[in-house]
Design a protein around this ligand. Structure first.
Ligand code: 13P
Length: 256
């Protein structure tokens, strides 16, 4: 039931990166050729402060650029927030929504995440919607139930494989060096695939499902080799060009 899907390697820089880091972004942008990008898409999501300068830097590169969050409204009195329109105005094409750090730090609910994804779609951005269980939820055998609830409430009805990517990021695997067993990732992704097909029909078959949580150059090949894993959402290991490029190479080596 797996369809041919172009994988996506996405880097989430979180609250890291200053103008000095542009050398890393430039190195990544220059390393990826258009022919490679037809096989595996590459995306960087720097902090909002670097968004515009990054898209300018990537003008001649197939490296896509996105943001890490957006507000659910188009404009207005929301001090400190940025809208999906503003991201598009900076030539960003993706936005991450519902990352567990935002759900935790800003008490974001799945309903809010859905509104943000809808705002992203309205601005012609692709939304990367993050879901994932905590350690306590996994230990209580709640993983699939948690994913089901998050998908149900976070993914807009009109989502398509073009405007939406789902990232499975177990909260306990983020930044900890702990990675689920391949069978655990396969189980979660297989559930996500069938749930999306049930909800969205055919488009659910080709929607990309990323894995995120302590992915690095040493485990990238094994992770993207798991069934229904269509790429990675990488935090720490995306900050250095040499690591990002190594992971990109691992994705490219996957049999088509
Ligand atoms: P790490 O790769 O640093 O574990 O972070 C994963 C993540 O949260 C990406 O969004």
């Amino acid at each position: 039931m797996t369809e041919k899907i172009r994988p996506l390697l996405a880097g989430n820089w979180k609250m890291n990166g200053t103008r000095d880091s542009l050398t890393e972004i430039k190195a990544i942008a220059e390393a990826i050729t258009p022919a490679q990008a037809l096989k595996v898409e590459a995306l960087l999501c720097p902090p909002a402060t670097l968004l515009y300068v990054t898209t300018a830097l990537c003008q001649d590169s197939p490296l896509a650029v996105g943001a890490q969050d957006c507000h659910q409204h188009r404009s207005g009195a929301h001090t400190g927030d940025i809208s999906a329109e503003m991201i598009a105005d900076c030539f960003g094409t993706y936005v991450i929504v519902g990352h567990s750090e935002r759900r935790r730090d800003h008490a974001e609910t799945s309903e809010l995440v859905r509104a943000k994804a809808e705002a992203a779609h309205a601005a012609d951005l692709t939304a990367i919607i993050c879901v994932g269980e905590t350690l306590a939820e996994r230990q209580q055998g709640q993983t699939i139930a948690v994913l089901q609830k998050q998908i149900e409430a976070s993914v807009p009805q009109g989502s398509t494989a073009q405007n939406t990517v789902i990232a499975y990021e177990p909260v306990w695997a983020i930044g900890t060096g702990m990675v689920p067993q391949p069978s655990e990732i396969a189980e979660a992704h297989s559930f996500l695939r069938s749930d999306l097909v049930t909800r969205l029909g055919r488009t659910g078959k080709s929607m990309r499902l990323l894995y995120g949580g302590s992915a690095n150059p040493s485990n990238a090949a094994a992770l993207v080799g798991i069934e229904n894993v269509n790429g990675l959402l990488v935090g720490g290991a995306s900050l250095k060009a040499v690591d990002f490029i190594a992971m990109y190479g691992a994705c490219l080596k996957q049999p088509a």
